[in-house]
Design a protein around this ligand. Structure first.
Ligand code: ZN
Ligand code: ZN
Length: 303
């Protein structure tokens, strides 16, 4: 299985257009050793030709241009995208669908909850019907594995994860299973297993067991400190409130990953405030000590 990181940052990207936090300002003025990152999206394939896009980010145009297999050039109009899976209905994971309108219809896989948000509060499905049939919905049923025709040797298993629905969701303050999912992707030919969860608020014992059964963990790297937005003076919401488990502190992501010594561990969906973006930071050195990698745009993983 080929896993291509198209975008490794959280919403806003890095640097975020209107942000002058220590990271964003430091990157712009050249005082920080760091790499720019686009908003969260990965592509997965079993043959390197047909790709399943996981999340469609607002940066999708640049992301597709940055990775040649996404434009195989077999016809006058063509794409390497065979299907799209949405992990939730957040803006930074779905807005890219608007930019894909010229290629409709697209096969889109998402839960009932995500489909509801995207037909009401943020009606992408409804709007795009005006473009050659728009988005054709394939329902993801929780805890039921599915396959996608274009990548027949991959088996996808959705896992409902605790999170918060976006502000425009009709059930914003009433969380439901399926608002946010993680995925286990298994290559039935190679046996390789990926655990992908860019939004992961809590790891309980059953989930830890699932993670232990995977070869590579591509997990929530949004924040280092739960109160990072306040510390950096750019917001008031905590990671926990946004459905993201911070890396540091008791019960944090690093402690979780410490219990999984055999897996390759990669943090993704990194917020621009996170000190791990600074390659010379003590936090980044701690990750290196723990053999935890930081995803970057253009990173490829083969499983
Ligand atoms: Zn996000
Ligand atoms: Zn910033």
């Amino acid at each position: 299985m080929f896993v291509q990181i198209l975008g490794s940052a959280a919403g806003g990207g890095f640097p975020q257009w209107n942000c002058n936090c220590a990271n964003c300002a430091g990157f712009r003025n050249g005082s920080l050793r760091a790499t720019a990152r686009t908003q969260s999206s990965i592509a997965i394939s079993d043959d390197g030709v047909n790709w399943v896009l996981c999340n469609a980010s607002p940066d999708i145009r640049a992301q597709l241009q940055s990775f040649a297999p996404m434009q195989p050039g077999r016809a006058l109009r063509d794409t390497g995208i065979s299907a799209i899976i949405l992990m939730d209905s957040q803006i930074d994971h779905t807005t890219g669908l608007l930019s894909l309108r010229e290629g409709c219809p697209h096969q889109v896989w998402c839960t009932d909850m995500v489909h509801e948000d995207l037909t009401t509060g943020f009606p992408l499905f409804t709007m795009l019907t005006h473009w050659n049939g728009g988005l054709s919905w394939n329902r993801i049923e929780l805890d039921r594995s599915f396959t996608i025709l274009a990548c027949p040797s991959l088996r996808f298993t959705p896992l409902p994860l605790r999170s918060a629905a976006p502000p425009y969701s009709p059930h914003r303050f009433d969380p439901h299973p399926g608002d946010n999912i993680g995925l286990i992707v298994e290559d039935l030919n190679t046996g390789g297993k990926l655990f992908y969860a860019p939004g992961l608020g809590k790891v309980d014992a059953p989930l830890l067991e699932i993670m232990a059964g995977s070869d590579c963990l591509l997990v929530d790297g949004t924040m280092w400190d739960d109160d990072e937005m306040q510390r950096r003076g750019v917001g008031t919401r905590t990671g926990r409130e946004m459905g993201h488990l911070a890396q540091s502190g008791p019960g944090g992501m690093l402690e979780v990953l410490e219990q999984l010594p055999k897996q390759r561990k990669v943090l993704i969906h990194i917020n621009n405030t996170n000190p791990i973006l600074d390659e010379d930071s003590p936090e980044r050195a701690e990750l290196a000590r723990r053999k935890v990698e930081v995803a970057y745009d253009g990173m490829s993983i083969v499983l």
